[in-house]
Design a protein around this ligand. Structure first.
Ligand code: CMC
Length: 392
């Protein structure tokens, strides 16, 4: 028979060649097209990082202006999309709505189905980057019973998203530039992360030649789980459940107990075995936002800080190399901004769309790409003859 390696969870299998993102888990290093994430977070902005991920180089100012203009022209959703939203139960999780509406977009853009045409692939990429803020903001508006807010194309990408989430027709909404910057930084820090579960899902889905919007819907579905993009929601819920600093030892003990399935959410990473470089930037950003909003005494943040200190001082966590990851701090910022926990994973999905679509584009541009088809180690019954029901 065929010879193949057995590697559950793909811990040691490379599924593709890629030029987009490099991670050195031992050093705690993350590079996009060679540029380190801390420099990008400090000096660049999300749309520029989108350009970098998609096209491979930082843009000139003319290229950036052209890209921004193209993204801006595609921010509207087809108005019939509102019917899809209205078809959902009002209390649906926004991720359920997002997975559904993303999939539905494949019915609106038939031209994108021709994935052999690089120009069509580029248009699909721009459409997705442009429409995700609208799509995600509308899932939020629908869930709280407020009218949909249309995109305002004179606003920057992050401010436009905040405006679609928080403005109401009855009054003027003032966007604080510090909050826009923090929002943009959350987008930037989540933009891509090489072959994680959702990106691998997008690649596997698209390997059959499927419509790009359907592939991105598959990626979003995978991201939703608590071991992946759902960790930021799970983390904040855990911090709230802990509630006060004196209950931290109890939760640390539970996380260490082999017979207790409980894990510290927002801790640990498959690849980073030193620290998550995104968590360092996110932690600074969390401090800035909390200072601005005057909630230094936020009990959730106090629990977060003490929990981090307690875990870092505990040999169980250091020996297993479990450090706070990006989701540990992003949740605190989003809560301070006024987002409910159910919106945390949708914001991750919005941010990661560029990574998914860049990897999708890279895969399809490779003339040697072929359908993904893992094998298995069969452990079921050997050959046996069918037994009629009266003989069982
Ligand atoms: N709390 C307590 N113990 C843990 C934790 C944790 N958060 N994470 C791992 N461990 C232990 C685990 O019990 C195991 O112990 P042992 O070797 O004694 O059996 C050991 O550490 C290795 O864990 P693993 O599950 O084999 O490691 P993995 O690489 O398969 O899992 C992970 C990585 C991120 C799924 C896991 O650390 C985890 O569940 N963390 C909590 C959820 C979370 O924060 N996820 C977000 C990840 S970053 C953003 C993203 O990917 O979306």
């Amino acid at each position: 028979g065929d010879v193949f390696t057995h590697d559950p969870g793909f811990t040691s299998t490379s599924a593709c060649e890629s030029t987009i993102t490099f991670i050195d888990g031992e050093k705690g290093e993350l590079l996009h097209r060679g540029y380190p994430i801390d420099q990008l977070a400090a000096e660049s902005h999300y749309l520029e990082v989108c350009y970098l991920l998609l096209y491979g180089e930082l843009p000139t100012s003319a290229q950036m202006a052209d890209f921004e203009n193209r993204v801006t022209r595609h921010t509207m959703l087809h108005d019939q999309m509102t019917f899809f939203y209205r078809g959902f139960r009002r209390d649906a999780h926004p991720m359920a709505i997002i997975v559904g509406v993303l999939g539905a977009m494949s019915a609106f853009y038939h031209d994108s189905t021709d994935i052999t045409d690089p120009w069509q692939r580029e248009v699909a990429s721009i459409r997705l980057i442009a429409k995700m803020p609208t799509l995600v903001a509308w899932a939020y508006k629908y869930s709280i019973g407020q009218p949909f807010v249309y995109p305002k194309n004179d606003l920057d990408y992050a401010s436009n998203f905040l405006n679609m989430c928080f403005s109401v027709p009855a009054e003027e909404y003032q966007i604080d530039p510090i909050l826009s910057r923090a929002m943009d930084r959350i987008f930037t820090l989540h933009a891509d992360h090489e072959q994680n579960a959702s990106t691998s899902t997008v690649r596997l889905a698209s390997s059959s030649g499927a419509n790009p919007f359907a592939c991105i819907a598959a990626g979003a579905a995978c991201l939703w789980g608590p071991a992946h993009g759902g960790a930021n929601q799970a983390c904040l819920e855990m911090l709230r459940e802990i509630g006060s600093v004196d209950r931290i030892p109890e939760y640390i003990a539970r996380a260490k107990d082999k017979d207790d399935p409980f894990r510290l959410m927002g801790f640990g990473h498959r690849v980073y075995k030193n620290f998550d470089p995104r968590a360092t930037v996110m932690k600074q950003s969390a401090d800035e936002v909390l200072d601005l909003l005057g909630i230094e005494d936020n009990p959730t943040l106090q629990v977060a800080k003490e929990l981090e200190a307690a875990a870092v001082a505990d040999p169980y966590f250091t020996e297993k190399k479990l450090f706070p990851n990006v989701d540990f701090y992003s949740g605190i910022i989003l809560e301070a901004m006024g987002f409910p926990t159910s919106m945390f994973t949708p914001i991750f999905a919005l941010s990661r769309t560029v990574g998914w679509i860049s990897q999708w584009h890279e895969q399809l541009s490779d003339p040697a790409h072929k359908i993904g088809r893992p094998r298995q180690l069969y452990t079921g019954a050997p050959f046996r003859d069918y037994v009629p029901v009266d003989k069982r």
